[in-house]
Design a protein around this ligand. Structure first.
Ligand code: SF4
Length: 375
C-alpha cells in the first residue's frame, strides 16, 4: 500500500496580492463552482489509478489561493470522497490554509468538526503599512481575530506565515512583527524572504522605480535575528524556512523534503510517485475544460534519473535539521570537498549526519553547488 501526502489546490482569492506569483485568481462564483465539480472528478480519477488506489494518506493539505473560501458542504464532500477512496485515520494531519480578512472565521468550527486539525494562517506581517504595501486585504487585528477564532473552534495546531525582506522593513520592524506573532502562541511558523516575481505588480513597481528591490544583506540580517528569536522562544528550526514547537513539525511538508510520494489535485498541483514528477496545467480554464471532457489536465511529466535523485537527496537533506547521511554523502560526492566544508564551518557532523549550521542555511545553494561541482 502506497503511503502518500495529498495536496488539493483551490486557486481563488478575494484579491490578488502585489507580490503573488502563485496560481490563483480573483474569485468568480461561476468559475469556482465549475472548478469544485471537476476537482472531485480528478480526485476520483486518481483514486482509481496506481499507485494511489487504496493508498494510505500521511497528510492532507488544502492550499491555494484561499481554500477556506470553499463552501463548508463542499469541503465535507471532498473529505468524504478522500476517506472513501483512501485510508485516512483520525490522526492524519489535515491542514487548511486561510487568509485573515476573508470573512471565513465563522467556518472554523465546521472545519474542525469535519476533522481538519491544522490551520495555516497567511499573516505575512504585523505592521499595517507593510500589509498595505503587500496588497493584503487584512490588518494586524484581523490576524489576531483569525487566531482567536481558530482556538475557539478547537484548533491546537496553528501555523502562521511571515514574510521578511519587505521593502522598507528593517531588522527592528521585522522583530516587532515576529514578537507579535509569537505573542499569539502559534505551534508553527513558516517564514519566507520576499522575492520579486515576474509579472507581479511588485515587479512592475521595481522596474519603474516606485519600489526598491529587497536588499539581500538586510534579509540576511533579518534571518539571523529570526533564528535567535525563535530559538529563545523554544522553537525547533527543523527546515530552512520552518520552525515548530516540539511535536508540531508539519508532516505534510516533510513529505516533500523526504522525497516520499505525494499526489496533487487541482490546477498547477504537482505529484511525485517515487520515480517521476508530473504536474497539472496552470490554467484554470484548461483544467476545467479538460476534466469536463474526461481528459487528464496534465501539463508535463519529468522522469528523475538516478544521478538527479542523488542530487535531490543532497539538497533536500541539507535543508533540514535531519541532515544528510554521512555514508551516503561520502559514497556519492567528493570526500575532500566534504572535509573542506567541515573545516570551513559550512558543514557539521552529528550522529553520522552532515548538517549545515543554522546561520549558514542561507548559503545552502553555494554549499550544494560546491559539492556538485567537485564530484
Ligand atoms: S492570498 Fe496568497 S495566494 Fe492569494 S493572492 Fe495573496 S499571496 Fe496570492
Amino acid at each position: 500500500m502506497t503511503k502518500f501526502a495529498l495536496y488539493i489546490h483551490y486557486p481563488f482569492c478575494i484579491k490578488r496580492c502585489n507580490y503573488c506569483a502563485f496560481v490563483s485568481s480573483v474569485i468568480d462564483d461561476k468559475i469556482a463552482n465549475s472548478y469544485q465539480k471537476v476537482l472531485l472528478t480528478e480526485l476520483k480519477q486518481k483514486a482509481d489509478e496506481q499507485p494511489w488506489r487504496d493508498g494510505k494518506i500521511r497528510s492532507a493539505y488544502f492550499g491555494g489561493g484561499t481554500p477556506s473560501l470553499m463552501p463548508v458542504d463542499f469541503i465535507e464532500i471532498l473529505l468524504n470522497t478522500i476517506s472513501n477512496s483512501f485510508c485516512l485515520t483520525p490522526e492524519t494531519e489535515i491542514t487548511i490554509e486561510t487568509n485573515p480578512g476573508s470573512d471565513v472565521n465563522d467556518r472554523f468550527k465546521e472545519f474542525f468538526k469535519l476533522g481538519i486539525n491544522r490551520l495555516s494562517i497567511g499573516a505575512q506581517s504585523f505592521n499595517d503599512d507593510e500589509l498595505k504595501l503587500l496588497g493584503r486585504i487584512h490588518s494586524t487585528d484581523d490576524i489576531c481575530d483569525a487566531v482567536q477564532a481558530g482556538r475557539e473552534a478547537g484548533f491546537e495546531n496553528i501555523s502562521l506565515d511571515l514574510l521578511y525582506g519587505i521593502p522598507g522593513q528593517t531588522v527592528n520592524s521585522f522583530q516587532t512583527s515576529l514578537q507579535k506573532a509569537l505573542d499569539l502562541n502559534p505551534t508553527h511558523l513558516s517564514t519566507y524572504a520576499l522575492s520579486i516575481e515576474d509579472n507581479t505588480p511588485f515587479a512592475r513597481m521595481v522596474k519603474n522605480g516606485s519600489l526598491s528591490a529587497p536588499d539581500p544583506d538586510l534579509a540576511a540580517d533579518q534571518y539571523s535575528m529570526l533564528i535567535d528569536v525563535m530559538k529563545n522562544a523554544g522553537f525547533n528550526h527543523y527546515e530552512l524556512t520552518n520552525y515548530s514547537k516540539s511535536g508540531f513539525e508539519s508532516t505534510h511538508n516533510k513529505t516533500y523534503w523526504q522525497r516520499t510520494p505525494y499526489l496533487g489535485i487541482g490546477t498547477a498541483a504537482h505529484s511525485f510517485d517515487g520515480q517521476k514528477r508530473f504536474w497539472n496545467t496552470n490554467s484554470i480554464e484548461t483544467y476545467i475544460r479538460n476534466l469536463k471532457s474526461d481528459k487528464i489536465p496534465l501539463n508535463n511529466t519529468e522522469f528523475i534519473s538516478p544521478p538527479e535523485q542523488i542530487e535531490e537527496q543532497l539538497y533536500l537533506g541539507l535543508r533540514t535539521s535531519a541532515g544528510l547521511d554521512v555514508d551516503f554523502a561520502r559514497k556519492h560526492f567528493s570526500k575532500n570537498t566534504l572535509r573542506e566544508l567541515v573545516l570551513d564551518g559550512f558543514l557539521n557532523i552529528q550522529h553520522r549526519k552532515y548538517l549545515v549550521p543554522e546561520k549558514k542555511w542561507l548559503l545552502l545553494d553555494e554549499v550544494v553547488l560546491k559539492i556538485l561541482s567537485t564530484s
